[in-house]
Ligand binder design. Sequence first.
Ligand SMILES: [Zn+2]
Length: 239
Amino acid sequence: MAGIGPQDVDVAELYDAYTGAELQAISAYGLAAPERVGLQDFGAADRLAVNLSGGLLGQGSAPGATGIAWVVALARILTGLLAAIGANPALRAGRRPWRSRHRVDRDGDGTAAVTIPLSMTLRYNHPLGARSPYFEGLSGGRAIASRCAVCGCGWFPPRHCCGTGFHWEDLPGAGTVVAATDGFALVAMDGARNLALAKLREPAQAGVRVRIVQAAGPVEHPAQASLFQVETGNCIASE
Ligand SMILES: [Zn+2]
């Protein structure tokens, strides 16, 4: 629509969180004719560099973080481009300066592949928002629930039920395993109406009483800061 074709694009980062999405995007953006998309050779004279960052799949597709990583990767790739052009005036006339800066290898099937050395460290600020008290509780091994101002129901994890009115409440911290699998369980916390997905410190089966405790050692996210241990001296609750 904008009259831009593969000849105008040096490098492209396209959505590829699902198999085939990248090829769909290449076709949709007009970077290659549909019948040539799968050939990895998009023009008569040139190859198009797509997702040199590794793409979403190559980066684990963490929501939000990969979007930032994309920008960082593109900035570094384009910085390399510009540096290459600046260092070698002859490249200014070239249409694919990245070719002369980066190594072209062969994949196992003999097709060309571009190798771009790329490393990045990403400090990702994840706002905890309206659920901050819940996560702060988990960080300290406490179960903090939302208590509805209308119906009085407690929710852990928190949720809105009747309306916007609620307050935060420290639960006693104990609950009963409803179902369990390797390492994880659904736990009905005392004082809560819903079930919590819980990481278990030791195996437990349905009916066992467990208690939330602080996880040992540093964790990457407060959601990992608590786990559940079997309460001492407890036996399987009877009906
Ligand atoms: Zn309610």
